[in-house]
Structures are given as C-alpha cells and as structure tokens.
Design a protein around this ligand. Structure first.
Ligand SMILES: Cc1cc2nc3c(=O)[nH]c(=O)nc-3n(C[C@H](O)[C@H](O)[C@H](O)COP(=O)(O)OP(=O)(O)OC[C@H]3O[C@@H](n4cnc5c(N)ncnc54)[C@H](O)[C@@H]3O)c2cc1C
Length: 379
C-alpha cells in the first residue's frame, strides 16, 4: 500500500541514509558483531553527515529539524540493513529529546555540540539489576550533600554503556522536602563511576550493552537534568516516542524479512516445485504480508501523531507490543521457510531472527505495554 506520510525531502534523505549505511556499515557488520561494538569512526562519520541529533538547533551543531519523520527514515534504514545497532534510535529518538527539552542553556552548550559531532556518545540508564519494568522501584539514590549530589547504585542493560561519554542516570532523590526521582548527567571519568562487563547478548551483537556502577559519585548541581523529584514524569513523557521508534523498526524488519524470504521461496524447490507455491506456505506468507501491511498503516498514523506531538502513551504502547509480536512471528515464519539454511549465521534471516527477540522486551515488555493500554481503558 502506498505510504502517504513522507514528503519528497524525506525520500531524498532516505536515499542518502541508505547510501551511507550500505557503504559505511553493511560491509563492517561482521567485524562489529565479532567485536561486540561499533567503532567511533563510524559514529563520527554518521554525525558529519547530519544523521545524529539533527533536531538540535544549528548553533549546537544540529539542523533544527523538529520532524519525527526524519528519525523514522533513519530507524527504518538501520532496521532494514540491520547493520548499525541501536545507536541512531538511542540518540535521536530517546536521549536527544531529554538533552534538548529538559536542559538549561548552559547544559545544552556543554553537551550538545559533542553529541551532534559524534564526539559524545550518550546513554540512558534506568534499568537496574533488581528492577526494569517497575521504574518506581529504582533503588539508586542521589543524596543531596549541601552543595552537590552523591550518586550511588547499579544500572544494567545500558545500551552503548561501554562507549558512553555521558550517561543520564535515573535515581531516587534523598533530600529534605523533595520526593521522587531525578535524572543526573554523569560524565565518563567521574570518580566512583565504573563500567562492568560488556554484556554477551543473544542478538544485536554489534551494539554494546553494559552494566554501570556508581559509588558515591559526586554530581554537581548543574548536572541535574530537569527538576529534582520529577524524573519519573519526565521518563513517562518521553517513553511513547521511544516505543514508537521500536514499532517503526519492527515493521521495517518484518518487511525486509518478507522480501528476502519471497525471493528464497521462489528459487528453492522441493518435490519438483518452488516451496513458495505449496498452498500452506503461500497462505502463511499471504497472511504475514497482510498483517505487516495493516501494521504499517497503524504505525504511519502514529508517526503522524508524533509529528503533531499528539501521540498518546497508550497508542504508542499498543503499537510497540503489537508490531514487535508480529515482527517475531513473521521472522520466525521466514526462518522456517529457509529450512536449515535459516539457522545458519551466513543467512541474513538468522541474524534478523536473533536480533528480533529483544524487541518484545526492551523499551517496556509486551506485558507492560498491555498494562498501559488496559489502564487507558479504565481497567
Ligand atoms: C539489549 C537490551 C538493551 C536495553 N537497553 C536499555 C537502556 O539503554 N537503558 C535502560 O534503562 N534499560 C535498557 N534495557 C532494559 C529493558 O528496558 C528491560 O530489560 C525491560 O524493561 C524489562 O525489565 P527487566 O529486564 O527488569 O524484567 P522484569 O521487570 O523483571 O520482568 C520480567 C518479566 O515479568 C513480566 N512482568 C513484570 N511486571 C509485570 C506485570 N505488572 N504484569 C505482567 N507481567 C509483568 C515482564 O513483562 C517480563 O516478562 C535494555 C534491555 C536489553 C535486553
């Protein structure tokens, strides 16, 4: 079905993103997966092309573009090639909004030029060993010591945690008269801030993910991002965009999986006929293609809502859980249709399958998304 969400400038942008990823990322996927990390040089090149935090104003190195469709283009191309990890979505869709919307002029001046140039890799650390779904149970603390904050706690599953130069850390405020959570910007090299191991994941192997530890880390008052005590509300405000971004990649990945599988089932024969022409397989693929097309329309409508800043938490939660569950089913079907070859690392569908699994978990699990939708129904 023809998409109506994009203008010619988005199509032109897509061409340049695709060209860049095909040249700079795709040939290096294997190397990055083996190393468990994407090197800085790539990130700086992407930034030089204007693909990183482009919503920042020009004086801070961005392009001043407040149009989520450009984020979508990058997310879709990154998902389709499967080469560049989660860095683009993490920075453009998740962290940059915090750094631009909640910060003071001084904070933006201090951090954004580095983010837009690719010199500062940012990350966000909410999840902890003891809690992920239930952010209210965050145990890390930020204790006010009269002239600074003291941050103590452990975080885990932090995307880009190994490389990060600047980490937004969610912690419980311990200060007379203030209750709730705060977001604290901690820079690499701060005393008491250490990194654990690079986590060995089932998929998304090129993307580094880490545990981070904070032991009485001194955080200057000017590194508090937003208002002390309103951390949870700030997270809640930005999570819908993060979830839509995951839904966008889910649909793009499912489309890619279908495209490569169609080619495969047309060319592979069994019992003297292409395997795609068996009715069972034809029906399965027809169902998958139809469901992905339906998902595409709903997600495009959510993208329009995000552009207008009207996307609601329950719409984003519904999009996230439904599309990621669909992505998983479709890619599993596609792998099955590849037979034994589907289980071989050299086949793209194998990587897509292992990369897809986490989509139902991070950014809020399917169960938590259903909770959000259910609560919005007054249940
Ligand atoms: C590769 C990867 C990258 C990540 N990147 C980041 C990052 O950059 N920053 C960050 O902060 N976090 C990150 N996360 C963490 C991610 O957001 C959490 O893993 C996720 O929110 C789930 O939390 P949990 O792992 O603690 O699971 P738990 O909260 O322990 O949940 C375990 C199971 O219980 C279910 N459950 C929990 N509560 C309910 C309920 N009320 N009703 C029904 N079922 C429930 C869950 O759905 C799940 O199935 C990442 C995770 C992964 C795997």
């Amino acid at each position: 079905m023809r998409r109506t969400v994009f203008e010619p400038e988005h199509d032109a942008f897509r061409e340049s993103v695709r060209g860049f990823l095909m040249k700079e990322a795709v040939p290096r996927t294997e190397e990055w997966e083996a190393n468990g990390i994407i090197d800085r040089a790539f990130w700086r090149k992407a930034a030089a092309q204007g693909f990183v935090a482009f919503q920042a104003p020009e004086e801070l190195g961005g392009a001043g573009i407040d149009d989520f469709r450009f984020n979508v283009v990058i997310d879709e191309e990154a998902a389709t090639t499967g080469a560049a990890g989660d860095g683009f979505a993490l920075v453009n869709d998740i962290v940059a909004p915090y750094l631009l919307e909640l910060t003071t002029d001084e904070q933006r001046q201090a951090w954004m030029p580095g983010v837009t140039s690719g010199d500062i890799v940012p990350a966000i650390a909410m999840s902890e060993p003891g809690t992920g779904s239930d952010l209210r149970a965050i145990a890390s603390t930020a204790t006010w010591r009269g002239d600074h904050w003291s941050l103590t706690g452990s975080k885990t599953f932090v995307t880009s945690g190994i490389q990060a130069d600047l980490v937004l850390v969610a912690a419980r405020i311990v200060r007379d008269g203030v209750k709730g959570m705060g977001l604290f910007a901690v820079e690499a090299g701060a005393d008491g801030f250490t990194r654990g191991r690079k986590l060995d994941k089932v998929g998304r192997k090129a993307q580094d993910t880490a545990e981070l530890f904070f032991d009485d880390v001194t955080v200057a008052p000017e590194h508090l991002v937003g208002e002390a005590g309103r951390g949870l509300q700030m997270l809640m405000k930005n999570l819908p965009q993060e979830r839509l971004s995951i839904a966008v990649t889910a649909v793009a990945s499912a489309e890619r999986a279908l495209a490569i599988t169609l080619e495969y089932v047309r060319g592979r024969n069994a019992f003297g006929t292409p395997i795609g022409s068996f009715q069972a397989n034809r029906f399965s693929l027809a169902e998958a293609a139809t469901e992905v097309a339906v998902a595409r329309v709903y997600v495009d409508r959510c993208i329009e809502a995000a552009v207008d800043h009207t996307l609601t938490a329950d719409e984003a939660a519904g999009a996230k859980y439904w599309t990621t569950e669909l992505q998983w089913r479709v890619i599993d079907l596609c792998l099955q249709l590849h037979g034994g070859y589907g289980y071989m690392e050299e086949y793209e569908i194998a990587r897509m399958w292992r990369d897809a699994r986490v989509q139902r978990i991070y950014g809020g699990t399917t169960e938590i998304m259903k909770e959000i939708v259910g609560r919005s129904m007054g249940l």
